[in-house]
Design a protein around this ligand. Structure first.
Ligand code: URA
Length: 240
């Protein structure tokens, strides 16, 4: 692949902008500045720098973000800043079928919810992760207003009816970690599901944090607002 095309595929701008980046000496490969925009490069595994920032070629992008509170999972937020502002420009500008598309969140978290959020430009992956048929478990650390008791835990496990569907929704797992701390595992993702389930057992969510999706836990060293690429092991853990 030509270097200008590779940069374009990774979201560094139009082909013309990418050619300019190379010709003006902004791009380094293996410590050497490359100024030939049409130079042929091997895409898989290519590491390069643009204005000193290190990048690696990814045919499809899979990243995790530690979503901080007070951010919206929308491209067009209404009140709080968009989570997309936490990502570097190239991840937001990766082209898809000729249009600027960028990565998309795999499902949404509420503005006040924190924790593990996945983003990708792989539509099939988004579909698979969100599909109720695939039952990918998501673990939430829930802080509640009123003291918890076994009756509430049992009802969440047995199933509660929410206002938009007569079919009960149940937690796949539910553990009382402390008097006001519940660890809840869900395999579906209905709108405000955790908050509505806790309301259905006469409690109230005061803090919500997603700590795990499938076999992938939010790493302790990924601070709120930080993102990183998913590794091959992370992707395997998600499937497991
Ligand atoms: N359930 C909720 O109520 N909110 C979230 O953000 C995620 C799950």
């Amino acid at each position: 692949m030509q270097l200008q095309d590779l940069l374009y595929s990774q979201g560094f701008g139009t082909r013309r902008v990418c050619a300019g980046l190379v010709q003006q000496g902004h791009v380094e490969i293996g410590g050497e500045t490359v100024t030939d925009a049409t130079a042929e490069v091997q895409d898989e595994g290519l590491r390069f720098r643009v204005d000193g920032a290190e990048w690696q070629y990814h045919r499809l992008a899979y990243v995790m973000l530690h979503k901080p509170a007070g951010t919206e999972c929308s491209q067009k937020p209404s009140t709080y800043p968009s989570i997309y502002t936490l990502l570097p420009g190239p991840l937001r500008q990766r082209p898809q079928k000729g249009a600027v598309q960028g990565v998309q969140a795999v499902g949404r978290l509420d503005q006040d919810t924190t924790g593990l959020l996945l983003l990708t430009d792989d539509g099939q992956f988004i579909h698979r992760m969100n599909s109720p048929r695939h039952h990918v478990p998501k673990v939430y650390e829930v802080t509640v207003k009123h003291p918890l008791d076994q009756r509430q835990v049992d009802r969440l496990l047995e199933g509660v009816v929410l206002d938009d569907d007569p079919k009960p929704v149940r937690a796949a797992a539910c553990e009382m970690v402390g008097e006001h701390h519940l660890r809840l595992t869900l395999t579906e993702g209905k709108y405000h599901q955790v908050k509505r389930m806790l309301a259905a057992v006469s409690n109230r969510v005061e803090g919500l944090h997603r700590s795990r999706i499938g076999g992938l836990a939010l790493p302790a060293d990924l601070l709120p607002g930080q993102w990183r690429w998913l590794t091959a092991e992370d992707l395997t853990a998600l499937r497991g």
